[in-house]
Design a protein around this ligand. Structure first.
Ligand SMILES: Cc1cc2nc3c(=O)[nH]c(=O)nc-3n(C[C@H](O)[C@H](O)[C@H](O)COP(=O)(O)OP(=O)(O)OC[C@H]3O[C@@H](n4cnc5c(N)ncnc54)[C@H](O)[C@@H]3O)c2cc1C
Length: 549
């Protein structure tokens, strides 16, 4: 098939904060140096920001370096007065920690909506002359004749029916060619997965580990006690996950009597019957939270994973013709639950490396590899290195984690063992641990929602007549070994009810897929115990439509 080819100097794949900061910085630097650099940025969402979901407490360090006049330029900030409270929750009560560890202090940070923030960054990039193509998913990395140098990305075909045949509106994908391609696909990128296999960029690193989160923006009544509380930022641990499953809750104050509420669950959990969405509902029903949100209404819901492996999971950051930034490159600081500022900074350091390489006329690994030295010499390393064993310590059972965390606190992150090992999330479920889940009752469709109402409030839409973007190489395995050993955990860990198990006559399970509900969180590819789910990008423009989360 003849495909259109478009050539640029630099191609950014993914319109998250890391790549948007990279594109802006590159455009600004090149303009300052009188160089004309053609930049293209593609994003699979229908518009920039609509697939962006985060807590989100923003450490403005990178933003200040990128756009010192961000306030004058109308950066959308929800709250500047950040006062922290950390609570340990028991099933019916709570107590506040008298001490907040320094890394959990948020003074000087801002509460934002990541979707609004990315929309704003996208507009700033466009104003500077970056060519932004939303609604285009990168589906294949392109290489030169040696097969080792990345030369761009192919975007997905549009207008293909579910049998793979072209429809009347068929449009072939485009080959976007560039001297340098920057992969900023966020957690569990579908392109970086394949690039990684081909170029070995993850070899010898600790496995990347992930957390998954369900999050809502809720409008609360003006009578809510939270609006008069001494805190604007709450973090919780303990109930409902307990101390054996990594994770915790957050509640941040936003403008207009809104709060950002979410529960993060470490995907190295062992219980195959655990359902992160149900845990989120239990968290909402805890008295501390229930009292704050009583009488409120969910405005938007969404779900996403975050890459929490940190320093020891960081891949090789450059290849011939390519760089890797943000969550895709394990830049998130799990100790602070923050990856926006480190992601942005990584994009900016990538931009500086790219400009020097283009000026030199050498975009091979030898020159682009300078990016790693820049990361090592920056505050990213300082932050991530101090937190290098933090996530692994949290994964320990019971109170053992507190000994490790304490040791790390007094040794600058080294702790009792350095490096502490992490485990592939797909391998942690314990077979045969069956129990009947007790779903949270009294869902009212307003404040307490079932999964499908949540999907509706995420604005998720996909073209129905397209090939299924969730590839399951061995469907028989789903209804045999996976059912027998784990009772098909995909039907529980997916927050969008994409995977359903129906029992046929005789009790034989049948897997039903609803790919149109997919929230693009990618929990399924990460947690499937047989690695039998491969997430690929659906037709560009499909997916959630977040605007305030
Ligand atoms: C629940 C939750 C709470 C969080 N809280 C905080 C917080 O309070 N503070 C903080 O700093 N960080 C927080 N984070 C982490 C933060 O959101 C991430 O670290 C940050 O967004 C990473 O930026 P990124 O640009 O690397 O990736 P992303 O923000 O994930 O952006 C990647 C973009 O690439 C697009 N994309 C992916 N693949 C393709 C493709 N093949 N083709 C085209 N487009 C593609 C995606 O649609 C997406 O828009 C939180 C994360 C979650 C999930």
């Amino acid at each position: 098939m003849e495909r259109e080819k478009l050539e640029f100097d630099v191609l950014f794949v993914g319109g998250g904060p890391a790549n948007l900061a990279g594109a802006i910085h590159l455009k600004k630097l090149s303009q300052q140096q009188g160089k004309d650099i053609e930049i293209c940025l593609i994003e699979k969402a229908v518009s920039i920001g609509t697939h962006a979901l985060s807590g989100a407490v923003l450490d403005p360090r990178a933003l200040r370096e990128l756009l010192p006049d961000f306030k004058e330029k109308g950066c959308p900030i929800e709250e500047t007065d950040l006062r922290d409270g950390i609570f340990y929750l028991t099933p019916g009560g709570q107590f506040r920690l008298p001490y907040t560890p320094p890394y959990m202090h948020n003074e000087g940070c801002f509460i934002i909506s990541l979707s609004k923030f990315c929309t704003w960054l996208g507009a700033a990039a466009e104003e500077l002359g970056v060519n932004i193509f939303p609604g285009f998913a990168g589906v294949e990395a392109l290489y030169d004749e040696t097969g080792r140098r990345v030369v761009g990305v192919r975007t997905g075909d549009k207008g293909v029916n579910k049998d793979g045949k072209p429809k009347s509106n068929f449009e072939p994908g485009v080959d976007l060619l560039a001297k340098v391609t920057v992969f900023g696909e966020g957690p569990k990128g579908s392109l970086i997965r394949e690039v990684g296999k081909k170029l070995g960029i993850f070899d010898g690193r600790m496995p990347q580990v992930f957390e998954t989160a369900v999050k809502e923006v809720i409008e609360i009544p003006s009578s809510s006690p939270f609006l008069r509380s001494p805190y604007t930022v709450l973090h919780t641990f303990g109930y409902p996950l307990g101390l054996n499953t990594k994770g915790g809750g957050f509640l941040y104050r936003m403008k207009e009597n809104r709060v950002s509420l979410g529960l993060v669950v470490g995907l190295d959990y062992e219980d195959p019957m655990l359902e992160p969405y149900q845990e989120f509902l239990k968290f909402k029903k805890h008295p501390l939270i229930a009292e704050i949100i009583a009488g409120g209404k969910v405005l938007q819901q969404g779900a996403k994973t975050l890459a929490a492996g940190g320093w020891y999971s960081m891949p090789q950051l450059a290849a011939d013709g390519a760089l890797f930034v943000g969550d895709s490159a394990s830049m998130l600081n799990v100790q602070r639950l923050k990856g926006i500022h480190t992601g942005m900074k990584s994009g900016m350091l990538a931009a500086e490396t790219i400009l020097a390489a283009i000026v030199k006329g050498d975009v091979s690994l030898a020159t682009l590899g300078e990016y790693r030295s820049k990361v090592d010499g920056s505050w990213i390393r300082k932050e991530l290195y101090a937190a290098r064993n933090f996530g692994q310590a949290l994964s320990q059972k019971g109170i053992a984690k507190f000994f490790s965390l304490g040791a790390q606190f007094f040794t600058g992150g080294r702790g009792l063992i350095d490096p502490m090992k992490s485990h592939d999330d797909a391998n942690t479920l314990k077979p045969g641990l069956f129990r009947s889940p007790t779903p949270v009752q009294d869902l009212d469709g307003q404040l307490y929602l079932d999964k499908l109402t949540g999907v509706y409030l995420s604005g998720t839409k996909h073209e129905e007549d397209q090939p299924c973007h969730l590839l399951i190489p061995d469907k028989e395995l789903c209804v045999t070994r996976c059912w027998q050993q784990f009772r098909s955990p995909c039907s529980r860990f997916c927050p969008g009810q994409v995977y359903e198990i129906e029992l046929e006559e005789g009790g034989r399970p049948r897997l039903k897929l609803n790919p149109s509900n997919c929230l693009h969180c990618k929990t399924c590819e990460i947690k499937d115990p047989f690695k039998n789910i491969i997430w690929t990008c659906p037709e560009g423009g499909g997916g959630p439509s977040y605007s305030i989360v």
